[in-house]
Design a protein around this ligand. Structure first.
Ligand code: CA
Length: 230
């Protein structure tokens, strides 16, 4: 992760300075911009590995800028973490399906921010994914696309594999069916939300013999969460 370049686009000077300080302490190279035009200049000077983008910016909003970046041939692969003012707004912005890689709501802790930034950067590494993840004896290896439970191979269909990979990369967070569809099936793919339930059932069934099925948790009225905690 060392020397990865992060561009912070944030109009509030105090927050911008704090972010720069925290990120530099975590050994990132940091450049800052107070609005979208200066963000464009920074990117033209040096392509960042990650952009931390404030939603509420004067002039061009963070949402509009994220759309611009995600539709630009040279910028579409730069991961974006959108910073929103409140958790409720995170849902609103997420619902716009801009294609951001993660979202974080103010106020956030710096360890949380650094962890999110590192996770997004790992996922954007050449090869695309975090190579290997393990939770309590359940292991997924992205290079070989193999899943093992206590060392025993688990057979999964391609969709169940992608679901499990998504959940293991995003533990302890609740996702709605719509969000799961966007992230696992991809945006602009028309699939009914209950399709998610079908594949969740298959995934649980495959994990059940090893006792991992209850890590895929239903959150009533909302969606699903991956958690070790029962
Ligand atoms: Ca702002």
């Amino acid at each position: 992760m060392q020397n990865k370049k992060i561009l912070v686009v944030e109009d509030e000077a105090s927050i911008r300075d704090m972010l720069r300080f925290a990120l530099e302490r975590a050994e990132f190279q940091v450049s800052v911009a107070q609005d979208v035009p200066s963000g464009r200049l920074r990117i033209a000077e040096a392509r960042p590995d990650l952009i931390l983008l404030d939603w509420m910016l004067p002039g061009v909003s963070g949402v509009e800028y994220a759309r611009e970046l995600k539709s630009g041939a040279t910028t579409k692969d730069i991961p974006i973490i959108m910073v929103t003012a409140r958790a409720e707004e995170e849902d609103t912005v997420r619902g716009l399906n801009i294609g951001c890689d993660d979202y974080i709501a103010k106020p956030f802790s710096f360890p949380e921010l650094i962890a999110r930034a590192q996770a997004v950067l790992r996922r954007s590494l050449p090869g695309g994914e975090e190579e290997r993840m393990a939770v309590a004896g359940l292991q997924i290896d992205a290079a070989s696309q193999r899943v093992t439970a206590q060392g025993e191979p688990v057979r999964l269909g391609p969709t169940e594999y992608r679901l499990l990979h998504f959940f293991m990369s995003h533990p302890e967070r609740v996702y709605t069916r719509e969000q799961v569809l966007d992230r696992v099936w991809g945006q602009n793919v028309y699939v009914e939300e209950r399709t998610v339930d079908v594949h969740i059932r298959r995934l649980r069934k495959a994990l059940q013999p090893y006792g991992y099925d209850n890590m895929i948790q239903t959150v009533r009225g909302t969606g699903y969460r991956f958690s070790e905690k029962i």
